[in-house]
Design a protein around this ligand. Structure first.
Ligand SMILES: [Zn+2]
Length: 648
């Protein structure tokens, strides 16, 4: 019996600028779906790629002083490396500059022309270059592009047109009669009310004002409009019009076209109309997800967010970034990325909930059972709830994933994680261990926990595959390629060893990390402006000589020095100033060992009001110079002077 098929696509990405976290969002979501469907037993095909033609690419390449092909080659190379890094399990990466694709687009164009669905006429209209979209005058909002709000240009040229208007009624029925075709539902009304019901106009599908595109095969003054070229990728990738259409026959129509909401119009109107014109079935589902917005932290609006996915993956691991993307954007709404939201997710979900469960359980199996997974034993009444939670999890996740509710699927897995953490506290294995009559009960409790971890590891495999593998490895298990292991509780074999490992995700010191991220974001943005304190230091207000005279600066000699206990930055110095010894606490321990300070002459602000630092009274302060990178150098007289000498 052949498996059911599942064909899923991302949009093909426009390689005109830097790849950022937003580009990764759709791709990671589709990856999790594809991995999930494979484990569910579907014959899955996952397509992604790049949309490389058009006026905008021609323009940026020219600016960069390279040919369009050279420009896109480099961009695509970076993108493929990014997908490798993020573990994207696509089955095919299509480029619209692939020869097979270009030939197929020409065949499609010719077929539609011969059928009469494409005709030649004069075109006058408004064109948004960044969006590559044509607009009629009435569609413009205050004379600007209704999609992006930028300036549009009036173009008048000879063009080929696609008879989009002919398909208006069929498109309205498609959306009205198939409530699952376009999701979320809010998009259905948007398409019906804003575009379909007011009436569709025929669509200009070629341009003559630039060259970077697929030429019309029988009229090479024209290149085929980028959206037809791009949309066709979903079938040309499968070999539609090719000598071997076996992939096409196997996977078309697509199960899901996934995309950001800004391009839903092309996928739910133009694309099905083209397919209707080609007498092909339309995709089963078009899903326009919300955006990942780049917000600013509440703590300080000036904080820069790191949005480079490579940088973020290097700092926090690929799976932390995958998890954040999959978890943070709610169904049909926008999600917000901030440094703080990322770090909070990592600490609360991955470190506290998931990491703690694994660490505590494995440590207890080591401590109480000699590292051997104990026997399941007799289930008590208060075990039933957690076992039920585990056993019903797969059905719940499948339901969520079938509705493309990825964050909800993860929440469902977390409900088992949180239940298991609570189960530890309820059953207090450390107390059971002390009572020799409860040895059997201890075995059962620890077995149930280990088995829950196995459930969690298997369930997380499509979402954070590396972490899932690490979790299962601690139980001596390999990553599964299906969900059979989630069908019944108690499959974990007793008598196997556990393999304790380092924590899955290190805990993050959030305030410290935010500062570091802010500095790094500024560097990445090529922003030379320093954090706020720095310029203010240099731009202190002028003072009168009398003000300076208020400061009593004296040279002192360091007699002894020691590290402040439990404070790795501080040294406690005993400084002799004209025969009187003072205690001064100084934050220089990172740069000076205690012994390197002994005998050194330093400049002391002798009349500074005393302050308590970590319980030690500091009587004054020694002067230091701070390098741009934050390194500290102690200021010392150029040659030896008498202790107590005044500095002025
Ligand atoms: Zn626009």
């Amino acid at each position: 019996m052949s498996k059911p098929t599942y064909y899923i696509t991302t949009p093909i990405y426009y390689p005109s600028g830097k790849w950022h976290l937003g580009t990764c969002y759709t791709t990671v979501v589709c990856d999790a779906l594809a991995r999930f469907k494979r484990m569910q037993g579907f014959d899955t095909y996952y397509l992604t790629g790049t949309d490389e033609h058009g006026q905008k690419i021609e323009g940026v390449a020219q600016k960069a002083g390279v040919t369009p092909k050279e420009f896109v080659d480099k961009q695509v190379d970076t993108l493929i490396k990014l997908w490798e890094l993020l573990g994207i399990s696509y089955d095919q990466f299509i480029r619209t500059t692939d020869r097979e694709h270009e030939e197929a687009v020409q065949k499609i164009f010719t077929k539609l022309y011969e059928k009469g669905d494409i005709y030649k006429a004069e075109y006058e209209g408004w064109y948004c270059v960044p969006c590559e979209s044509f607009w009629t005058k009435t569609q413009l909002i205050e004379g600007k592009c209704p999609d992006c709000g930028r300036e549009v240009i009036l173009t008048k040229e000879e063009s080929y047109f696609f008879r989009l208007s002919k398909y208006q009624d069929r498109l309205i029925r498609l959306i009205e009669d198939n409530p699952e075709f376009l999701l979320p539902k809010s998009r259905q009304n948007e398409m019906l009310n804003n575009f379909l019901r007011p009436g569709l106009q025929d669509l200009a599908v070629t341009r003559t004002s630039f060259k970077w595109g697929v030429p019309v095969p029988f009229d090479d003054k024209h290149v085929i409009y980028v959206w037809i070229d791009a949309l066709a990728n979903y079938i040309t990738a499968l070999g539609y019009t090719a000598n071997d259409p076996s992939l096409f026959n196997r996977y078309w129509p697509a199960d899901v076209h996934m995309m950001g909401k800004e391009i839903v119009r092309f996928h739910s109107i133009i694309w099905p109309a083209l397919l209707m014109a080609l007498d092909l079935p339309v995709p089963k589902k078009v899903y326009g997800h919300g955006w990942l917005l780049l917000g600013s932290d509440k703590i300080s609006k000036s904080r820069g967010n790191i949005v480079d996915p490579v940088e973020l993956s290097a700092r926090y691991s690929v799976d932390a970034i995958r998890y954040f993307l999959l978890r943070e954007v709610p169904f049909g709404n926008d999600g917000i990325y901030t440094n703080l939201s990322l770090l909070s997710r990592i600490n609360s979900d991955l470190v506290n909930d998931l990491g703690n469960l694994i660490k505590r359980t494995v440590a207890m199996v080591v401590q109480y059972c000699g590292g051997i997974i104990p026997e399941f034993g007799v289930v008590e009444e208060n075990d039933k709830d957690i076992i039920n939670n585990a056993e019903t999890m797969l059905a719940d996740i499948i339901k969520n994933m079938d509705s493309l509710l990825v964050p909800e699927a993860l929440q469902r897995i977390w409900s088992l994680i949180q239940r298991a953490n609570k189960y530890i506290d309820e059953n207090a294995p450390w107390l059971l261990f002390k009572d020799s009559e409860k040895a059997k009960r201890l075995d059962t409790v620890l077995y149930i926990l280990a088995e829950c971890i196995r459930f969690v590891g298997v369930a997380l495999t499509p979402y954070i595959p590396t972490t899932a593998a690490d979790i299962l490895k601690e139980l001596g298990l390999a990553c599964p390629d299906n969900f059979d292991g989630l069908k019944a509780f108690g499959q974990l074999k007793a008598g196997g060893k556990v393999y304790p490992d380092k924590p899955l995700f290190p805990r993050i010191d959030i305030p410290k990390e935010l500062e570091s991220m802010e500095r790094r974001a500024a560097e990445l943005a090529g922003d030379n402006s320093k954090p706020e304190e720095a310029p203010s230091k240099l731009e202190k207000a002028q003072i009168a000589i009398e003000d300076f005279a208020k400061i009593n600066l004296q040279v002192g000699t360091v007699k002894s020095a020691e590290k402040m206990p439990k404070a790795d930055k501080l040294l406690i110095l005993k400084v002799d100033i004209a025969g009187k010894e003072r205690t001064i606490v100084s934050g220089i321990a990172k740069w000076y060992t205690p012994t390197s300070m002994i005998g050194k002459q330093v400049v002391v602000i002798a009349n500074l009001a005393p302050a308590k630092l970590r319980g030690v009274d500091s009587e004054g302060m020694i002067l230091c110079a701070e390098n741009k990178n934050g390194d500290i150098v102690v200021v010392s007289p150029e040659s030896l002077v008498e202790s107590g000498s005044e500095v002025r």
